[in-house]
Design a protein around this ligand. Structure first.
Ligand code: FE2
Ligand code: FE2
Length: 306
């Protein structure tokens, strides 16, 4: 099905003016942890776009190039939607997160920036970076492929999580997370296929997975704890204990499912196609209030193209 499916940008908008901080009212901890994922993502997604834009001129016309362009457009909209909506929403609720974003910025823009592992900029490192450029670009696409496995697994979970269908869950935030999750499932194969086309090996992707999965969970734990520690109504607790409680409530993916997903990624026959179906995304787009509003707007602006 993905052989003919075109990745389209959906110009969605979300108004979080009336969304409460504890948007899953019966599980504030899950509210914070899911918010943290979506605070962390824009920095990563803008970095994905910068890396992909460096690869794009090397790609011949065809399906992969179209997919990469579709991926860039979707991720740029994700990053903007989360920055505009999520950051305004958290500031309105008095949550401090700038110090956390500085750490995230260091990971994506320095450690994983154009100079491998953030080497200082001087004559020697510039020469080194030039010589290593094709290799480092491929490594970074390998890193994106590993992160995209995580976003696909989480995206599939958020689309299917029955606990989030509870009537008191904020519908606008839920739509924001489910629209994003659906597009993550929709474009799950692009980074993997690009890395393969660049000559990347399964071993490279597995190494990135082995580094990034625990790394992402650590960064997520630091960010969510930073925000929860500002909330007098939430007891101090370790990230793992919090996740285990959410696991029981069904408000986060189970720890076991996260381990299983990591193990699947380390298999030599892994391919993201097997992780989910495109139909799952398309079903959600057909009922997402934000996606449907964006399509109506597009139809009014350009009835012929739509
Ligand atoms: Fe995304
Ligand atoms: Fe993605």
């Amino acid at each position: 099905m993905t052989a003919v499916h075109k990745l389209l940008p959906r110009r969605v908008r979300f108004d979080l003016t009336h969304s409460p901080l504890h948007w899953i009212p019966h599980d504030p901890e899950a509210s914070y942890i899911i918010n943290t994922i979506h605070l962390l993502l824009p920095e990563g997604e803008l970095w994905f776009c910068r890396v992909y834009n460096k690869v794009l001129p090397q790609l011949p016309a065809g399906k992969l190039r179209d997919d990469v362009q579709g991926f860039i457009r979707q991720e740029a909209i994700h990053a903007r939607a989360h920055e505009n909506a999520m950051e305004t929403y958290l500031r309105r609720h008095g949550v401090e997160f700038d110090s956390y974003l500085k750490k995230v910025d260091f990971i994506f823009n320095t450690l994983l920036g154009d100079h491998p592992t953030g080497l200082p900029d001087n004559f020697i490192t510039r020469r080194l970076a030039k010589n290593l450029e094709p290799w480092w670009l491929r490594q970074r696409v390998g890193a994106i492929a590993a992160i995209e496995h995580f976003t696909c697994v989480f995206g599939k979970w958020v689309l299917e999580a029955e606990a989030l269908d509870a009537p008191n869950v904020d519908p606008v935030l839920l739509d924001l997370f489910r629209w994003h999750g659906a597009e993550e499932v929709e474009h799950r194969h692009v980074a993997h296929d690009l890395h393969v086309a660049m000559g990347g090996s399964a071993r490279e992707r597995q190494l990135w997975g082995a580094v990034l999965f625990p790394g992402l969970m650590t960064v997520l734990g630091i960010g969510s704890s930073h925000m929860m520690n500002q909330d007098a109504g939430i007891a101090r607790e370790t990230f793992v204990r919090r996740w285990l409680r959410c696991d029981k409530n069904g408000t986060l993916p189970s720890i076991k499912s996260m381990f299983d997903a990591s193990r699947r990624y380390l298999r030599n026959d892994y391919h993201p196609e097997a992780e989910a179906t495109l139909a799952l995304s398309l079903e959600y787009f057909a009922k997402s209030p934000a996606v449907q509003a964006a399509l109506r707007e597009q139809l009014l602006k350009n009835p012929v193209a739509a």
